[in-house]
Ligand binder design. Structure first.
Ligand code: ADP
Length: 251
């Protein structure tokens, strides 16, 4: 039996009489990578921010690891990991020091070296944020999300703007986190990313969940409804050409 670590029941949030989130319910199992997909304005960020204790819903229930995310926001923030967007880091500190600052903010005893190891940034421990590549910046953001040893990690479009190689490095890192038993709630606009990483996805449109299942089951359902892809699928893609030429080593 799967154990639900995130439970969302009948959650709604209106802005100016328009529902950003309209009576949605879903559960995330412990140890899975769960994707929230949907077009811009669908309600993904609103849903995630309610779960993170950053905004209050108008009605409904959100529970993470048995804790009420609406009533007990302080406690929630201590048990979840949020991947912060760029610019929020201290420019004059090196990576070791940045992780150390965040660890102390969370009163965590985690050794920054171990966090840097988890996100493959040990070789950059003396570098400053500005000296990092796009992929390295994203890995640092995930490292910071790990300092409090969270039960659920929220990743908001973690690979947007990255080259194919850096994107795959991030996929490997996210899969490794799953391998360590972490539960991950991910938003992405890249369907191949959701297909590669997510155990299950919820597709949201106009504040409603319009589909929820594993990527494979959703694809099978579409095929059995008579759908035929318009374009013949090639045995290799331009992505494969790029990766084959540039290699896959971690940079
Ligand atoms: P997504 O993350 O899927 O792009 P959002 O949750 O950001 O969607 O937004 C859902 C809807 O709620 C959109 O129509 C958006 O314009 C609206 N919305 C989000 N935040 C606010 C806000 N603070 N004030 C007014 N409307 C908002």
């Amino acid at each position: 039996m799967n154990q639900s670590i995130v439970i969302v029941n009948n959650l709604s949030k209106k802005y100016n009489e328009v529902y950003a989130v309209n009576d949605i319910s879903f559960k995330v199992n412990k140890g899975e990578i769960f994707g929230l997909l949907g077009p811009n304005g669908a309600g993904k960020t609103t849903t995630v921010e309610i779960l993170e204790g950053l905004i209050s819903p108008d009605s409904g229930e959100a529970i993470i690891d048995g804790i009420d995310a609406i009533k007990n926001t302080k406690k929630i923030r201590s048990i979840i990991g949020i991947q912060l967007q760029q610019n929020a880091f201290f420019e004059n500190l090196n990576l070791y020091e940045i992780i150390d600052v965040y660890s102390k903010l969370y009163s965590s005893n985690n050794d920054p070296n171990i966090i840097l190891e988890k996100v493959d940034l040990v070789s950059k421990k003396d570098a400053s944020y500005n000296e990092l590549s796009g992929g390295q910046k994203q890995r640092l953001a995930i490292g910071i999300a790990l300092v409090n040893d969270p039960v659920v990690i929220f990743l908001d479009e973690p690979t947007t703007g990255l080259d194919p190689q850096a994107r795959r490095n991030l996929w490997e890192l996210i899969n490794n986190l799953k391998g360590q038993g972490k539960t991950i709630l991910l938003t992405t606009h890249y369907m191949e990313e959701a297909e590669e990483l997510c155990d299950r996805v919820a597709i949201i449109e106009n504040g409603k969940i319009i589909a929820l299942n594993s990527p494979q089951k959703l694809i099978s359902e579409l095929i059995s409804s008579g759908f035929k892809a318009q374009k013949k699928i090639n045995e290799a893609t331009l992505d494969d050409v790029f990766l084959n030429l540039t290699g896959k080593k971690l940079i």
